[in-house]
Design a protein around this ligand. Structure first.
Ligand code: KIV
Ligand code: ZN
Length: 522
């Protein structure tokens, strides 16, 4: 196939499907649209936007993303069942370039779930791929748990899918079981053994259970795969999927030994990584490759000395190449709105006039309290402002906390609930506990706190704290974030943001709750 000869590797992003499926990573409709837009803007070739039959919410997200898309292929997932495939087509057909992705588990353990014999499953694959291809000329087929499927059977079903019209064959390592050499070999042997294999694209889809997802995906490319399935920040079920930023930067940095290229605009990586972390409520570990807070930090004396003499001493990539600006120190209290707009543009953040006005107000407040305002501070402000904007059933009016050694903390909170101002005075085991109790007093709810996390955005005792709160209520999950130099204020705002989001979800029917799982294949 010509594309394979050119050594282009297509990037298939499944943050909105496999990533969003990971427990607790649920995104709202608007967040999914925003992430899809950022992915397209970054140059992702194929976006797997969701699993349309799973819920009304998933269907609408895939359809809306398809309608807004321009160049990127928009793909939806469907089990090997006719109603799934029809529903998927209904959602993706609105895209200029739609794709149906249908799959079935082919390993012995997965075959046992629908209780199909090998022959029955082969017939099902023929029937469903043919059906998909009659609807759409771009069809991807996956034998789920391919890496634990018997070799002869895998060759047989891949051949059936190709003959039935699949244009991409994806080979998933569903449980993160394979290892690099095996991953390369599997693709290479399939291309050699299966008739028609040289007419289609092979894809690799790796999970990270043994920490080998990136290595396995790159090895599969060496074996002949030309599509990598991945997610931003490696988001995904259990230990996650191959991280987009890792494979893309590995191919870019080591082109000398891996002569392949992608069309990703790598300068957009940091921004989308931060947005995905924020909307999913999944923080990026500090030492995460490429996008971790420490990935380009050099603290030890010997490293700093080397860096000052020649950045290449300890850096194999330039921070600018992934969207980190070289000079991090930014504006102070004398900076104006135009400077803020220019800075935001530099950071890859595109905001409207109203949003800029709100961010500017918070920026001024921060600059009054904090001597040095860094890029990270500004990005935290953007996130906090956007989170606060989304719904405002609850609005904090004022908060005072009294705490110290040897006694409980006291929180005095004034809050608007549905436009009505109320106040509460509560005691708790520390200032955050007292504050959350005061919020619950004014807005009784049965949401369970699943995650409470505090990170310092920059160094110093005047650093802003970013707080993430994840709540669960009757299967609905909502996350809230905020940032402030006062950790308790950031905590209160993050908690209230999450409650506001739950409030919105509660009042919607159909919401984002998945009705079925992609594993219920039968
Ligand atoms: O991990 C997996 O096997 C999947 C399939 C649905 C492609 O996500
Ligand atoms: Zn997967």
């Amino acid at each position: 196939m010509t594309d394979q000869a050119q050594d282009r590797v297509y990037i298939f992003d499944t943050t909105l499907r496999d990533g969003e499926q990971s427990p607790g990573a649920t995104m709202t409709h608007d967040e999914k649209l925003e992430i899809a837009e950022l992915l397209e803007d970054m140059g992702v070739d194929i976006i797997e936007a969701g699993f349309p039959i799973a819920s009304e919410g998933d269907f609408k997200a895939v359809k809306d993303i398809a309608e807004r898309s321009k160049e990127t292929v928009i793909c939806g997932l469907a089990r090997a069942q006719i109603p799934d495939i029809d529903r998927c087509w209904e959602a993706v057909k609105h895209a200029p370039r739609p794709r149906i992705h249908t799959f079935i588990g082919t390993s012995p353990l997965h075959r046992a779930i629908p209780n199909l014999t090998m022959d029955e499953m082969a017939d099902r694959i023929h029937e469903t791929v043919t059906h998909a291809r009659n609807l759409c000329d771009n069809v991807q087929w996956s034998p789920m748990d391919a890496t634990r499927t018997e070799w002869d059977y895998l060759c047989r079903v891949v051949e059936i899918a190709i003959k039935a019209g699949a244009t991409t064959i994806n080979i998933p390592d569903t449980v993160g079981y394979t290892a690099p050499r095996e991953s390369a070999d599997l693709i290479k042997r399939l291309i050699e053994a299966v008739p028609g294999a040289d007419e289609i694209i092979f894809a690799t889809h790796c999970h990270n259970d043994l920490g080998m997802a990136t290595a396995n995906a790159l090895a599969a490319v060496e074996g002949g795969a030309r599509q990598i399935e991945c997610t931003i920040n490696g988001l995904g079920e259990r230990a996650g999927n191959t991280a987009l930023e890792e494979v893309v930067m590995a191919l870019k940095t080591r082109g000398d030994i891996m002569p392949f290229f992608t069309e990703i605009d790598t300068k957009k990586i940091m921004h989308i990584s931060r947005r995905v972390s924020t909307v999913s409520g999944f923080p990026v570990q500090f030492n995460k490759a490429i996008v971790g807070k420490n990935a380009f930090a050099h603290e030890s004396g010997i490293h700093q000395d080397g860096m000052l003499k020649n950045a290449e001493t300890f850096e194999i990539m330039r921070p600018e190449d992934v969207g980190l600006s070289a000079t991090n120190l930014v504006m102070g209290k004398h900076s104006g709105r135009a400077a803020l707009r220019a800075k935001l543009k530099d950071l890859g953040v595109d905001v409207g006039d109203n949003q800029l006005k709100d961010i500017f107000v918070r920026f001024k407040e921060l600059a009054d309290r904090k001597k040095e305002v860094y890029d990270e501070d500004i990005l935290a402000l953007v996130t906090a402002t956007m989170a606060g904007e989304q719904a405002n059933h609850l609005e904090i009016v004022s908060l005072k906390v009294i705490c110290g050694t040897g006694g409980p903390a006291e929180a005095v909170l004034e809050m608007e609930v549905g436009g009505q101002e109320m106040s509460a005075d509560e005691f708790g085991d520390g200032p955050v506990d007292a504050t959350f109790k005061a919020v619950r007093k004014l807005y009784p709810n049965k949401a369970r706190l699943q995650l409470y996390q505090v990170n310092a955005v920059t160094e110093g005792t005047d650093a802003q704290a970013t707080v993430s709160v994840r709540l669960e209520e009757d299967g609905k999950i909502a996350t809230g974030q905020s940032a402030d130099t006062d950790t308790v204020v950031a905590s209160a705002r993050a908690y209230v943001n999450a409650l506001n989001r739950l409030h919105v979800r509660r009042s919607k029917t159909g919401g984002d709750v998945k009705e079925i799982s992609y594993k219920d294949v039968g």
